[in-house]
Design a protein around this ligand. Structure first.
Ligand SMILES: [Zn+2]
Ligand SMILES: [Zn+2]
Length: 227
C-alpha cells in the first residue's frame, strides 16, 4: 500500500461508523423517548399546592410547613404566596369567631385561575362551622383552610414551636387529604382521623395509614406514594 493510499484508508476508517452503531443509536433514541414520556406523565401527576396565609401568620411556621409538606407528599410542589386579606364579614360578633366558609370562598376564587392547583389557607383566627363549636380546619373541593388558633401549645413547654409546627402539619395534611376526596379514618393514629380535641391531634401521626395511603394512590396515580 502506497503512503498516499494508506492515508486515504485511515481517513475512510475514521469516517465510517461501526456496525453496531445504528442499532445502539435506535435503542438510545427509544430510551430518551421513554424518559421524555415518563417526565411528561409525572408532571401531570404533580400535586400543586398554593399555601395562602390570611392576615398576620408567622412566616417561619409557613416556610417550615411548605418544606415538610413537600417531604410528606413526595411529588408535590408547595408554593407560599403573599398574605391574603382576611375575608370581609368572616368575623361573627355574636360568637367572637370567624366563619370557615368565608375563607373557603376566598380560596376558591384564588385557586380558580390556577388549573389543577389546590389552595391551602392558614389563619390565626378562631374558625367555626355553623354546626360546631370550632373547627381546626375545613375543606371544600380543591381548597382547604386551617386555623392555628387552637394549636398553640402551653407557654411553659420547652418544645412549643416544634409542637406547634407538628400540629399545623398534621391539620394541613388532614385537610389536603379531604381535597383528595378522602374521608375520616377510624384509625386514631392516621392523619385522616377526625380530631375532636387537641389531644386527638397530638395522638395521631402526620402519616396516612396503609388503607388511606392506598386510597390516595388510587385517586391520584402511583406517583403519589404518600407516606
Ligand atoms: Zn376532617
Ligand atoms: Zn387512615
Amino acid at each position: 500500500m502506497s503512503a498516499r493510499r494508506e492515508i486515504s484508508f485511515i481517513r475512510e476508517s475514521a469516517r465510517s461508523v461501526p456496525s453496531w452503531w445504528p442499532k445502539f443509536q435506535n435503542r438510545l433514541t427509544s430510551m430518551l423517548e421513554l424518559l421524555r414520556h415518563d417526565k411528561s406523565q409525572k408532571s401531570v401527576r404533580i400535586l400543586k399546592v398554593m399555601l395562602v396565609p390570611f392576615g398576620d401568620v408567622d412566616r417561619r411556621n409557613l416556610e417550615v410547613l411548605a418544606d415538610k409538606l413537600q417531604q410528606v407528599l413526595p411529588d408535590s410542589e408547595v408554593k407560599l404566596t403573599a398574605a391574603a386579606e382576611i375575608p370581609l364579614n368572616s368575623f361573627v360578633p355574636s360568637r367572637q369567631q370567624s366563619l370557615a366558609d368565608a375563607f373557603l370562598s376566598a380560596l376558591l376564587k384564588i385557586a380558580q385561575a390556577k388549573e389543577r392547583r389546590k389552595a391551602l389557607g392558614v389563619t390565626d383566627r378562631d374558625l367555626f362551622a355553623p354546626s360546631m363549636n370550632f373547627v381546626f380546619g375545613q375543606a371544600l373541593r380543591n381548597v382547604a383552610v386551617i386555623s392555628t388558633y387552637r394549636l398553640m401549645p402551653r407557654h411553659d413547654l420547652n418544645n412549643r414551636i416544634e409542637l406547634l409546627q407538628l400540629r399545623i402539619l398534621k391539620e394541613a395534611i388532614h385537610e389536603l387529604g379531604h381535597t383528595l376526596a378522602l374521608g375520616h379514618c377510624p384509625n386514631s393514629f392516621c392523619v385522616m382521623h377526625f380530631s375532636k380535641s387537641i389531644d386527638d391531634t397530638d395522638l395521631k401521626s402526620q402519616c396516612f395509614c396503609s388503607t388511606c395511603s392506598a386510597k390516595v394512590r388510587k385517586l391520584t396515580g402511583t406517583h403519589h406514594s404518600i407516606r
